[in-house]
Write a protein that binds this ligand. Structure first.
Ligand SMILES: NC(=O)C1=CN([C@@H]2O[C@H](COP(=O)(O)OP(=O)(O)OC[C@H]3O[C@@H](n4cnc5c(N)ncnc54)[C@H](OP(=O)(O)O)[C@@H]3O)[C@@H](O)[C@H]2O)[C@@H](O)CC1
Ligand SMILES: [K+]
Length: 512
């Protein structure tokens, strides 16, 4: 699989292992990297009148000298603007020595209309904010709307966190090597990269495997094998039963959206668990979804004992307070001996279920940590994340990926840290960054649907981390395909073509 995401340290390690284990030296990797970038320039900008290659002092700049040499050899008008000379005896110095063009100082950078910029200033080695000549060059490229092809990363974007240090280039295309880096997918870095091209420079899959990276881009290949497809003899309760808690009479819609999404995701049965005073309003809007009164713990136990639900959603529209905490803790105790709901596989806590524990985080984390507790998926957006993990939320030094991982470990839960760059993290360190979303998904009720899909998949015995990853991807895919005009009510039906394709792909998985 080529979906692993490598930190700058891991990429450096891959580089070293490739050089140590194979016939290819550092300069060989650099030549291949430069060739891949030059190929993009030729393919995408055959009409370019002039290519300006900006070279930094490190190996990113080294790649730039290779690009400039290839372009010049092909007769393309090429200028090199260098911020500093490469370190003597480095691979970059070798690449510069092979290049026939004399570099000019970056301080004099100028570029007219019709020209292209190759940004080879800083990549994995970015260590401080862009300043001086580099910052000025970024401004010129942006003000004159010059197409930028970034080498590895747009200079100024951190490959590890996606943060912009000071100012950064905005690329039309970013060519990166061997594997993507977290900063290509996390915001705001992702917006600066333009289209991302992954180039093979001869670092083999065996070397990447030895790094044991635990972060990856969220794509179906990672979880397709666990994606549930009903057996021929499937009975509706064998396909899992989801209970979704509804709020009071004026806050029932969120639970119904969640319930519909759980049903569409393949759960054989779904029950909305409603306060007594909201039964009528829920009943007026439900058809295939079942309805049952759940005013207190005794009602939940009775339901669980009779219907053996395998997953629950708590939070959407439910209200913030003591009742939410009591229900949440009771559900987390569902795996304990002598509890009527002993078979629950998974819980999804969203929205009000998260906020309700803002003053009692430890109680929640303790309950989730207890032996036999059902798997817990929590789906906070940024504000909710800050309520449960205030210290982490304010930590400017760590990335969204770091934060989601640390939160998952502390809470002993799968954390779905939502946003345009949703990160899904497990307590054991696995983490996925989602990248198939679209702005259309930022609409009221969209998160309720996501909770429902997660619970629907867990109810069908999909493991919690894989279920959460799949739910995020499916939700984003459905929203992106639907496009303009999307409201949350559209999403449950929009899931259908996406699910159909996944089921077909799942049937083709060997031994599947
Ligand atoms: N598999 C691989 O690894 C391969 C890697 N390859 C390429 O190598 C790149 C990584 O190279 P790299 O490690 O030399 O780092 P790079 O980004 O060139 O910068 C380091 C230099 O810049 C300086 N500097 C940093 N920020 C600065 C700032 N804001 N303003 C001013 N200076 C700043 C920094 O200074 P220092 O931090 O030391 O003070 C140091 O001198 C990688 O992105 C890819 O393109 C390919 O060839 C193929 C194989
Ligand atoms: K760069």
């Amino acid at each position: 699989m080529s979906d692993e995401l490598l930190t700058s340290v891991e990429m450096g390690e891959a580089d070293r292992m490739a050089i140590a284990s194979g016939p290819v030296a550092g300069i060989g990797l650099m030549r291949r990297a430069g060739e891949a970038v030059a190929a993009e320039v030729f393919n995408r900008y055959p009409e370019a009148t002039h290519v300006h290659v900006l070279c930094g002092p490190g190996n990113n700049g080294g790649d730039g000298y290779v690009v400039a040499r290839i372009l010049a050899d092909s007769g393309v008008a090429t200028t090199i603007w260098a911020s500093a000379a490469p370190r003597p005896e480095s691979d970059a110095a070798l690449a510069a020595a092979e290049c026939p063009i004399a570099p000019r100082p970056l301080s004099g950078f100028e570029a007219g209309p019709g020209s292209i910029v190759v940004d080879a200033l800083y990549g994995a080695g970015l260590s401080k904010p862009l300043s001086g000549d580099a910052a000025r060059a970024a401004d010129i490229a942006s003000n004159r709307r010059l197409p930028v092809i970034a080498v590895d990363l747009p200079s100024g974007v951190s490959g590890d966190s996606g943060k912009v240090l000071g100012i950064a280039f905005t690329a039309a295309v970013t060519v990166t090597f061997a594997r993507k880096k977290p900063g290509h997918l996390l915001l705001p870095g992702r917006e600066r990269c333009g289209e991302i091209v992954l180039a093979d420079i001869g670092i083999g899959d065996d070397i990447i495997a030895r790094l044991r990276s635990r972060a990856f881009e969220n794509r179906p290949a990672r979880w397709l094998r666990d994606f549930p497809i009903p057996a021929v003899d499937a009975h509706k309760y064998k396909r899992g039963h989801v209970g979704v808690f509804s709020g009071g009479p004026s806050a029932t819609g969120a639970a119904r959206l969640s319930a519909l999404a759980a049903a569409r995701s393949g759960a054989g049965a779904v029950t909305v668990l409603s306060p007594g005073n909201a039964m009528q309003v829920n009943a007026a809007h439900l058809t295939s979804i079942m309805l049952r009164k759940a005013d207190d713990l005794a009602d939940i136990e009775e339901f669980a004992g009779e219907r053996r639900p395998s997953a629950f959603v708590l939070g959407p529209g439910f209200g913030v307070g003591e009742k939410t905490r009591t229900f949440g803790l009771a559900l987390l105790a569902a795996g304990q001996p002598r509890n009527a709901a002993a078979q629950v596989d998974g819980l999804v806590f969203d929205a009000d279920a998260i906020t309700s524990f803002r003053e009692a985080q430890d109680v929640l984390f303790e309950a989730a940590r207890r032996q036999n507790a059902p798997a817990l998926v929590m789906t906070p957006h940024e504000g909710e994340f800050a309520r449960l993990f205030p210290d982490m939320a304010g930590d400017d030094a760590s990335s969204k990926l770091d934060k989601a991982r640390a939160a998952a470990a502390r809470a002993n839960a799968i954390i779905v840290y939502k946003g345009a760059d949703t990160v899904i993290a497990a307590p054991d360190g696995r983490a996925a960054i989602n990248a198939n979303g679209a702005a259309w998904l930022a609409t009221a009720g969209s998160g309720d649907v996501l909770s429902g899909i997660s619970a629907g998949l867990m109810a069908q015995a999909m493991p919690a981390f894989e279920a959460a990853c799949a739910a995020v991807w499916i939700h984003a895919e459905a929203g992106s395909r639907f496009g303009p005009g999307l409201i949350a009510e559209d999403l449950p039906l929009a899931l259908v073509p996406v699910l159909r394709e996944l089921v077909e792909a799942r049937r083709k998985v060997p031994n599947g």
